[in-house]
Ligand binder design. Sequence first.
Ligand code: GAP
Length: 458
Amino acid sequence: MKKEEFVMEKIISLCKRRGFIFQGSEIYGGLAGTWDYGPYGVSLRNTIKQLWWKRFVDDRMDIFGVDAAILMNQNVWKASGHVGGFSDPLVEDLKTKKRFRADHLLEEQGIDPKGMTLAQMDALIKEKKLKSPDGNMLGDVRQFNMMFKTHVGAIQDDSSISYLRPETAQGMFVNFKNILDTFHPKLPFGIAQIGKAFRNEIAPRDFIFRLRELEQMEIEYFVDPRDEKKVKETFDALYEEQVAFLNDLGLTHEKIHKVEIAEADRAHYSKRSVDTEFDFPFGQKELLGLAYRTDYDLKAHTEKSGVDLSYFDEETRSRFIPHCIEPTFGVDRITLAILADAYREDELGGEKREYLKLSPKVAPILVAVFPLLKNKPVLVDKAKEVYADLKKVFGAKVSFDDNGNIGKRYRRQDEIGTPYCVTIDFDTVEKEAGVTVRDRDTGEQERVMMKDLVAKLV
Ligand code: GAP
């Protein structure tokens, strides 16, 4: 096993052992491309989503939040171009019938497939006589549409077709007029949404990196296209905002990379795309996206629906279709980036340990409170009192643990990334000498008086 695969195995194992992430439908052998989040995973993701919503919606006057339905009229996806063009290059093992991403097979051979057409990939696979990972002949490379199709209602015919949305973005475009008519915003303004999206990925892989059920946080930011300089400035400013958000989560800045995407590799709606890539244990890969979608979507929906999605500019008394710049964030990829970035192995007090060096801002538990001994009611009662007091300030980010010896409790908290452990001992109750506060990273303990405790933890 390669070193980076080994690290991923350890992260996956820690996530399961400590209640962050479990395999989807595990007792039935799983369902590829799906994972379930346990209590600490939910907490981490909720924090990511809350910080995002606060930064991009609550703290701004120009961005409006919505929560659109996942199932949408099939015409939305015809107009958006997803029925026709939301596909990946697929190639089939002729013996086992297993399906693979043609571009991934080329990448594994050290060939960069960026910018290649379907025909070029097909020709190259044939020329190099590439085999499937199981050693069998491969068929022709063809497009595979990644949308999950379903039927709405009791009758299954063409008119009842719907899709699980492959991006949250369209929920914002179809509500563009509703926001205009109810809030009367002036350009530039944005519409934001957090929600699940679904993609029938040919080859889900790398834990929660490439999923079939994923969550996105997206903004469709509408601008006046007539001032090209301003459009470019807005695009660049939104990129900086994306990076600032990642910094705020505590991700290592040097692992974040800006990548300008060549025309051939951009999505069908994009005139310019800049990806934010991150150094994951399995390589530098896309974490976030930023696309200049122009008037592609509003124009397409105006044409298909017959509803005018233009904007009237009071100042110049003119009407036009705004252009859209889209910053997009994947909740699962950010979760993985945080976990992988925080994963550490070291030796503390002569013992090997694994731990998560999470920023206090995102750690599921900020502080764990322990009585030194479980069988001494005087310590347990005092610990419960301290726990209740801290909960008033830090809410669900405080936990209580009296299970096992103190060393084991520290290790457990280290593994879930808890920055501080507070222990109530005999000096706390008999001498009113405060509590001990242990630091996760150094293992060092410090006595802190009760009145100073909250300030020590913020
Ligand atoms: N609305 C634009 C859009 O959906 P995208 O680059 O296809 O653009 C946006 O996806 C983000 O969603 C990506 O940057 C990534 O964070 C996340 N994402 C996309 N596909 C994913 C998958 N299969 N599993 C997990 N996250 C995914």
